[in-house]
Design a protein around this ligand. Structure first.
Ligand SMILES: Nc1nc2c(ncn2[C@@H]2O[C@H](COP(=O)(O)OP(=O)(O)OP(=O)(O)O)[C@@H](O)[C@H]2O)c(=O)[nH]1
Length: 451
């Protein structure tokens, strides 16, 4: 029982079904066995008891008829004995009675023999044998009576004493037949009560088995349902505490879903929880990407910041060592100090914003722009050779030169352009580009230097 209480839900339900099916199987087996037995009893009754009763009733009727026939002869008196024809006819009738009686008695004997041969007689075998003996006795008494009566009829003188003797014998036979009938009745009652008992036992047993199955079924079902509900409640409690543990929980009182059953409710609760989890994850992802943005972007211009620049150049160098080519542009606003001094710091800031916006418009998706100093920027160009980088740098220079924004003064940029070279590291590559930028400045600004 202890193991059962700790078993899994599947095992409990399987065990429950098994017990109920086993009971059902026992009830079916018992019903089949008992039905078979009752059917056999009924067959025995129809083959033995009923025919036996019929035979004995016939014998009694024949006895009665014979009695009446004898009375008729007695009333006719001498007329019967003196008329040869009447006597002959009478004797023929008597023979017929005798034959019918003999036949019926033999039938009764054969029925009882077959009853004993069945070997499944539900009543006492001794009772059957007593009955058999009684019928055989009646049979032999009948035969003696026939002889006596034939002799009596063939006699010339028929005194009252003779008549009384014959009648006495006939009455004795009647009594014998009646007694036999009563014994057979008794037997039939025994058989009927035996069949009735079988049926009653069958009903009681079936009802008991059914009731036990019902009680076990109710107990196991209730137990399973209760433990199932307990577990579902525990799960729903855990879901509730998960809801409560979530941040931004305006739904601290998240209403419980009312469904058609516990599983349905549990499923809906889980769905709501999963929905909230994914919402939570989405907003976390959003916050995370905002944080990443904040951590990697320059506040003023929106270009990538110095921190990102350090990270990215290292990354590109690693890729370049395994065969991925890239180029680098360093650019600087010409005479920026003058712009600040002439127009103010805010305008200077605006110049930087417009510069980044304009550069972004010209750059490709795979290029990355970094603010690496006050008015100094770097551009990483993936899968780009020096010639392509030079072309792009000049395009950038021209687009800044041709800017016509009423809110800011015109300005130009100088650029140093290089590509990754074998055995380049971060400082070597930057240094080379820096020198090129310095050369561009030295050569008069608003120009590019490639190397
Ligand atoms: N408005 C503004 N000015 C900045 C910012 N960061 C740096 N500066 C200014 O940029 C100026 C850079 O001046 P310099 O290094 O002398 O260079 P330049 O005047 O551009 O001269 P060249 O580079 O030689 O053409 C300095 O005056 C800095 O104060 C910024 O975020 N906003």
């Amino acid at each position: 029982m202890f193991t059962w209480l700790n078993a899994s839900m599947t095992r409990k339900i399987s065990g429950l079904s098994f017990v109920l099916l086993a009971f059902l199987f026992i009830v079916i087996l018992y019903t089949a066995y008992k039905s078979q037995k009752i059917y056999k009893d009924i067959q025995e009754v129809s083959k033995i008891d009923i025919p036996l009763l019929e035979v004995i009733t016939d014998i009694e009727i024949l006895q009665l008829k014979q009695h009446l026939w004898m009375e008729g002869i007695r009333l006719q008196g001498d007329v019967f004995f003196e008329d040869e024809n009447l006597r002959k006819k009478g004797m023929q009738g008597f023979d017929q009675f005798n034959q019918r009686l003999a036949t019926q008695l033999e039938r009764a004997i054969s029925i009882l023999h077959s009853a004993l041969a069945l070997d499944s007689v539900r009543i006492n075998v001794a009772d059957h044998q007593v009955l058999l003996k009684k019928i055989k006795d009646l049979h032999s008494h009948r035969v003696s009576f026939e002889h006596a009566f034939v002799q009596f009829i063939n006699k010339d003188q028929h005194s009252d004493i003779d008549w009384n003797n014959v009648e006495k014998q006939d009455n004795a036979l009647d009594d014998e037949a009646n007694e036999l009938l009563m014994s057979i009745d008794q037997l039939a009652i025994q058989v009927a009560s035996s069949v009735e008992k079988q049926e009653r036992d069958f009903l009681v047993m079936s009802a008991t088995l059914g009731f036990v199955a019902f009680v076990i079924g109710i107990y196991l079902t209730l137990h399973t349902i209760l433990s199932f509900r307990r577990k579902v409640d525990v799960l729903r409690g855990q879901i509730d505490s998960l809801h409560r543990s979530m941040p931004h929980d305006a739904d601290a009182n998240t209403p419980r879903y009312k469904g058609t059953d516990e599983l349905d409710e549990l499923e809906k609760d889980l769905r709501i929880l999963i929905g909230r989890f994914s919402q939570e994850r989405e907003s976390r992802d959003e916050v995370e990407s905002k944080l990443i943005e904040l951590a990697t972007r320059d506040k003023l211009t929106g270009a990538f910041n110095r921190h990102k620049w350090d990270e990215q150049i290292k990354y590109e160098l690693v890729l370049a060592q395994s065969g991925h080519h890239f180029s680098l542009i360093l650019l600087d606003v010409d005479y920026f100090k003058k712009i600040n001094d002439s127009y103010g710091h805010d305008v200077g800031d605006n110049v930087l914003r417009v510069l980044v916006k304009t550069l972004h418009r010209r750059l490709r998706q795979t290029d990355a722009l970094f603010r690496v100093g006050g008015e100094e920027f770097a551009i990483l160009l993936k899968d780009t050779n020096l010639e392509e980088a030079e072309f792009l740098a000049d395009q950038l220079r021209k687009s800044i030169e041709s800017l016509n924004d009423p809110d800011i003064p015109s300005f130009t940029i100088s650029l140093g352009v290089t590509e990754y070279q074998h055995l380049d590291d971060q400082s070597r590559m930057i240094k080379r580009t820096d020198i090129l930028l310095y050369e561009a400045k030295g050569a008069g600004r608003n120009r590019i230097m490639v190397g």
